[in-house]
Design a protein around this ligand. Structure first.
Ligand SMILES: NC(=O)c1ccc[n+]([C@@H]2O[C@H](COP(=O)([O-])OP(=O)(O)OC[C@H]3O[C@@H](n4cnc5c(N)ncnc54)[C@H](OP(=O)(O)O)[C@@H]3O)[C@@H](O)[C@H]2O)c1
Length: 324
């Protein structure tokens, strides 16, 4: 599989990453069962076999079970840890954590970041994370606290590189002003149906075209060499199998995707992911299926190159409106 160098690092990663969110099964505190263990082992083996080298986690995924089952599988695969890039996230806290009645919240305090990383290292059975991302912007962030935590984590060798997720350009700039380490990744929701990070700029000078607060974020990341990772790259399957009652633009896009997959003798997943890979920002889709066949189908994207004309044709279909 093609690789990208994560800017400001010595890490080369496959152009598709694997998202481990659903490996732990249900979102509850029930213990891991045999079925989750077997499914995780199968899909992780498939990912490795397909040449995927970046694995994305978060401390909260299925209440820690996703990291835990991944850690178990890793222990059964001696030598693999050193061949992969392990990434996790922190900063989201659940209701009742730690006291009953505590609200769901974000927490970028130094204490919480350090505590969360300890938990991830323990569950993943690893001495270090290659990359740590701050999961969602915390409006109460005190960047000095983040700086303190990052410096301590780097000094102790527990985290090599740092990044963010779901952050705007201004939020990244604020943090970066206080950090000694470069922010190397911004992981954002990005797919054909949720493409405003890519499309905001198109209508920037157009009356009546709505913009989002994220406008300029993609360009900012390119200017500052921050790698963009795309979460929900196939929109949770909506672009492959639209649910009943999906809007017309979704159905039409899925039809076009299916038609091209057929014409190009590839998979529908590959067409959808190739749309992200065609962007010159070198976007890394984080694929989240737990179905090995779908993962193999997704990896065909590595061999599919869309032309400028095809990229725009899909964009206009998915927008459901012509370009200005
Ligand atoms: N930073 C953040 O805030 C954030 C938020 C969400 C996710 N993430 C990361 O991004 C990763 C990917 O997110 P995602 O799971 O939403 O991405 P996705 O790859 O767009 O969607 C995968 C999900 O869609 C389902 N699906 C249904 N039909 C499918 C089809 N034909 N092909 C492929 N998948 C189909 C899969 O089910 P099956 O498993 O049954 O195949 C799976 O639940 C996560 O694992 C996580 O690591 C990050």
């Amino acid at each position: 599989m093609k690789t990208y160098r994560i800017p400001h690092t010595d890490l080369d990663v496959s152009c598709l990453g694997y998202g481990c969110l659903k490996l732990g099964g249900s979102w509850d505190r029930a213990p891991l069962g045999r079925a989750e263990r077997a499914r995780a082992a199968h899909v992780i083996a498939t990912a490795l076999d397909q040449g995927i080298t970046l694995f994305d986690h978060a401390d909260i995924y299925t209440y820690g079970k996703s990291e835990a089952v991944f850690g178990e599988v890793l222990q059964q695969l001696p030598g693999v840890r050193d061949t992969i890039v392990l990434q996790s996230k922190c900063g989201i806290r659940f209701q009742d954590d730690p006291q009953p009645g505590d609200p769901p919240r974000y927490d970028f305090s130094s204490h919480h970041i350090l505590h969360a990383v300890e938990g991830s290292l323990r569950r993943l059975h690893t001495s270090h994370l290659d990359v740590l991302l701050l999961h969602r912007p915390d409006p109460l962030v005190e960047p000095e606290e983040v700086a303190q935590a990052f410096t301590e984590l780097q000094r102790s060798g527990k985290v090599r590189y740092f990044g963010v997720s779901n952050h705007t350009a201004a939020q990244i700039a604020l943090l970066q002003r206080y950090l000694d380490q470069p922010l190397v990744i911004n992981q954002v929701e990005l797919n054909l149906l949720h493409a405003h990070l890519i499309t905001d700029g198109i209508g920037a000078n157009q009356a009546g075209v709505p913009h989002t607060a994220a406008g300029g974020t993609l360009d900012y990341c390119r200017v500052h060499d921050i790698m963009i990772q795309a979460w929900a790259p196939v929109a949770g399957g909506t672009l492959i199998d639209p649910p009943p009652g999906a809007e017309a633009r979704v159905r039409t896009t899925a039809e076009r995707v299916a038609e091209w997959a057929n014409d190009k003798a590839t998979s529908r997943e590959a067409v959808v992911l190739a749309w992200l890979l065609r962007h010159p920002a070198r976007i890394q889709p984080i694929v989240g299926t737990t179905t090995p066949d779908r993962l193999v189908a997704s990896c065909l994207a590595d061999r599919l190159e869309l032309s400028r004309e095809e990229w725009y044709a899909l964009l206009v279909t998915a927008r459901g409106a012509s370009l200005p």
